[in-house]
Ligand binder design. Structure first.
Ligand code: ATP
Ligand code: MG
Length: 333
């Protein structure tokens, strides 16, 4: 039996951070053994927020090295660069004809980005979910491992796939589903600035490649409050965020220890932050070392990208042919 197909990607607009890792890449690694996986670097998507990226190639290369350093294995998964597969852009054009202004304008990520960059509310930003849908369904994905911030965009991809099937009375596209490890909720890694999400554009990220000194500095600066005043009180968002991060990188004993101190109103945030910083460093150091090593290996990176592009195009060309036939494109001459 064929393995179910998985597709996901990350934009090369900065270094990979803990949000990308725990929200997406960690699932990529878990899935590569049992699924037919396509993991890409979304360089076309990055133009929606970075229309004239000084050095697009540097960003692409960085994410490629980071994917490999995290443990995505090119022998198991297809790793490729979005712009190496032009069929994706062609499918994007077709899907755009059946995507409506109202639904695109209502997307949370569009509204957020429009707020963040009021001078550049471009059509690419509006149709971001359409390109994302093309990325996913061109490989007939069954599952998409993404973080919670992408939940709505994935819902749009499902809608566009269903709509296509319905409009053209076909079953070309399977309906992609979110994948979360262990079947739990999709994960959202918070920022250290008291905000809901760690992100590249939020400017609040801890990167995988970050050196220990810089990690300590960022964690020690994390937003807190003046401390609990009642026993067992509910943690406000900024404090809960620190505990959420600790849940991920620290041992259960460590979390329980600080939780108890909090509940007894005896917590010293300085101690918690020191511990959190050291636990993040312990987690990221081996990854960081591998990133630095792989980043210098031109020949290896080039080989991975080339092989990945070939495999991804093979699958994309096949789907696109079916799509064109279904829509009604016929060779006249
Ligand atoms: P940008 O701020 O430019 O949108 P980003 O940091 O949000 O960048 P993306 O490239 O948009 O990163 O997202 C790549 C993947 O990482 C997606 O699957 C997304 O769900 C996941 N991701 C990003 N931030 C988080 C987060 N804080 N928690 C969980 N997953 C996240
Ligand atoms: Mg994002």
């Amino acid at each position: 039996m064929n393995k179910p197909t998985v597709v996901s990607g990350i934009r090369p607009t900065g270094f990979l951070h803990l949000g990308n890792y725990f929200g997406a890449v960690q699932n990529f690694i878990k899935m590569q053994n049992d699924f037919s996986c396509y993991f890409f670097i979304a360089d076309i998507h990055s133009l929606t927020t970075h229309p004239t990226p000084g050095n697009l190639q540097a960003g692409v290369r960085q994410v490629l090295a980071e994917y490999l350093a995290c443990g995505i294995d090119p022998e198991k998964a297809t790793i490729f660069i979005q712009s190496d597969v032009p069929e994706v852009s062609e499918l994007y054009a077709f899907l755009n004809m059946n995507a409506y202004l109202g639904e695109l304008e209502r997307t949370t990520s569009f509204k957020d980005k429009a707020r963040q960059q009021p001078d550049n509310v471009n059509a690419g930003l509006l149709t971001y979910p359409v390109l994302m849908a093309a990325d996913i369904i061109i490989h007939k994905a069954d599952f998409v491992p993404v973080g919670k911030d992408q939940e709505q965009n994935l819902e749009m991809a499902r809608k566009f796939a269903k709509r296509f099937n319905r409009m053209y009375k076909t079953e070309v596209f399977p309906i992609p589903r979110p994948f979360t490890a262990g079947g739990g909720d999709m994960i959202k890694i918070p920022g250290l600035d008291g905000s809901g999400k760690m992100g590249k554009s939020e400017g609040n990220a801890i990167n995988l490649v970050e050196d220990p000194k810089s990690i300590r500095k960022k964690v020690m600066r994390a937003v807190t409050d003046s401390g609990p005043t009642e026993m067992n009180q509910k943690k406000p968002e900024a404090i809960q965020n620190l505990f959420t991060l600790m849940d991920i990188v620290s041992t259960p004993d460590t979390v329980a220890h600080f939780d108890e101190l909090y509940n007894k109103c005896e917590i010293r945030y300085g101690d918690l932050k020191k511990q959190l910083a050291e636990d993040i460093i312990a987690y990221t150091t081996p990854i960081r070392e591998r990133i630095l090593e792989i980043h210098g290996d031109d020949a290896y990176l080039a080989k991975v990208a080339k092989t990945g592009a070939e495999k991804a195009r093979e699958s994309a060309i096949k789907t696109l042919q079916e799509v064109k036939e279904v829509i009604g494109f016929k060779k006249l001459f």
